[in-house]
Write a protein that binds this ligand. Structure first.
Ligand code: HXC
Ligand code: NAP
Length: 272
């Protein structure tokens, strides 16, 4: 069961750990040339080595998605080495649980700047490098985009914005033959996101119990959906927002979110 991306160029922004690195590895195993980017030189180097071990032509650059000039420079280097982009995955994100009254305006802004403005920076900077027609853009969203969650006002606002960028640019870029879709991972095992949002074994057990498939997802589960969306099998899919979450967002996520919300409300005194 695999896709064939040989001869294709895939760029994964935020691709040096967790889910996004898993996505980069999925494309590498499917034969793509893969470029990754994130802030840490070390994480970029480690990921490029790991992708090369999987047999891929791989490269990377260090840049912060809040710095569009740095992203532009990195993309230009990637096109010089690997050619125009067939696939762009934009997944850099930041998160921490905090009540609205328990964070500074700068804290809220930092998440919006990384997740939402960062997505805009990445997509706008990539446009001139995308193969037209034929390229596929996949933005990495989160259930917070459509499910309000206590202690996640910054992420809810930012990821809802990401999905609206997806839908809007699907309309703007569709006529040029560029498809834009969002993927919404559920709770993915071993990730920074889950360790921040379900920091105790009890919360993690509640997460798992709330997933109809009764397991956490893997980065490969998310990589498979990204490869499908980037493949010709999805050639008429544009502007969609698709969960890959074992059914978590159908309802089970709510009990976990209520427990996290109770915990945050009980342990915080902000705004009283
Ligand atoms: C309140 C906080 C805080 C916290 C940081 N801040 N943590 N405020 N509660 N727990 C505040 C800081 O005090 C500061 O405000 C502002 O946020 C910016 O913090 P910096 O550390 O200066 O910013 P920066 O170095 O840019 O780091 C960004 C970051 C950091 C988001 C804060 O955590 C990060 O780099 N995260 C990337 C990795 C990550 O989060 N991965 C998980 C993604 S999971 P002041 O006012 O003091 O200057 C995800 C969804 C998961 O996105 C969904 C699961 C279902
Ligand atoms: P992660 O390991 O922390 O991955 C975040 C990636 O983005 C890292 O490569 C990080 O590398 C990079 N990054 C962060 N801030 C950046 C910035 N300002 N500029 C450039 N790169 C930046 O987190 P994860 O849990 O796997 O989450 C990955 C994606 O999935 C995110 O979009 C998240 O919202 C989404 N998601 C996760 C879950 C989950 O279960 N974990 C669920 C739903 C959605 P550097 O530190 O080197 O910058």
């Amino acid at each position: 069961m695999t896709f064939d991306f040989s001869g294709r160029t895939v760029v994964v922004v935020g691709g040096t750990s967790g889910i996004n690195r898993g996505i980069a590895e999925s494309f590498a195993r499917a034969g793509a040339r893969v470029a990754v980017a994130s802030r840490s030189e070390q994480k970029v180097e480690d990921t490029v080595s790991a992708l090369a071990i999987l047999g891929a032509e791989a490269m990377g650059f260090a840049a912060d998605v809040r710095d569009q000039d740095a992203i532009r420079k990195g993309f230009s280097d990637v096109e010089q080495a690997f050619g125009q982009f067939d696939v762009l995955v934009s997944g850099a994100a930041g998160n921490f649980p905090a009540l609205a009254n328990g964070m500074s305006a700068n804290a809220f802004k930092s998440v919006v700047d990384i997740d939402l403005l960062g997505t805009f920076h990445v997509m706008q900077a990539a446009y001139c490098h995308l193969k037209k027609p034929g390229a596929s853009v996949v933005n990495i969203s989160a259930p917070q985009a459509f499910l309000p969650m206590i202690a996640q006002s910054h992420v809810c606002a930012a990821k809802a914005g990401v999905d609206m960028i997806t839908r809007t640019l699907a309309m703007e870029w569709g006529p040029k033959g560029v498809r834009v879709n969002s993927v919404v991972p559920g709770p993915i095992e071993g990730t920074e996101g889950m360790s921040r949002l379900a920091p105790t074994p009890a919360l993690m057990a509640q997460v798992k119990a709330g997933v109809p498939l009764r397991r956490l997802g893997t980065p490969e589960d998310v990589g498979n959906l990204c490869m499908f969306l980037a493949s010709d099998f999805a050639s008429y899919m544009n502007g969609t927002v698709i969960p890959v979450d074992g059914g978590w967002s159908l309802g089970g996520i709510s009990s976990y979110a209520a427990t996290l919300g109770d915990f945050m409300m009980k342990t915080s005194t902000e705004g009283e």
